[in-house]
Design a protein around this ligand. Structure first.
Ligand code: SF4
Length: 114
């Protein structure tokens, strides 16, 4: 399955393959053939912007556009290399033992576990 992943902004961890985009969609003839579009949203304060981004992508594709990520409480049951983070960058643990008041990691994933 070919999945386009869309990020609100690019950083050093953002994948760079041809199915990885950030921001608004390009002209439809510049979008590779795909089966789904996933809008990846990390921070809760970006949720509205990510929803607007999903709306824009829905106008450029006839395939399903899904929105998710930590900001939307998506479960992280498995890890696919290169999907939402550049290849060769991995997470060796989930969760966190701290309880910083501004962070949802503890609420989503509980205490740190390997
Ligand atoms: S609770 Fe969140 S912000 Fe605090 S240390 Fe853990 S992951 Fe980092």
């Amino acid at each position: 399955m070919k999945i386009i992943r869309v990020f609100l902004r690019r950083n050093s961890y953002t994948p760079t393959d041809i199915y990885s985009f950030y921001g608004l969609p390009p002209l439809s003839n510049l979008i590779p053939k795909h089966d789904e579009v996933h809008i990846s949203c990390v921070f809760t304060w970006d949720k509205v912007k990510c929803e607007e981004l999903a709306f824009q992508w829905e106008g450029q594709t006839n395939k399903p556009v899904k929105i998710g990520g930590p900001a939307f409480g998506s479960q992280a049951d498995s890890f696919v290399q290169g999907m939402y983070i550049k290849p060769n960058i991995i997470f060796t643990t989930r969760g966190c033992n701290n309880q910083c008041p501004w962070c949802i990691v503890q609420k989503l994933e509980g205490n740190a576990k390997c």
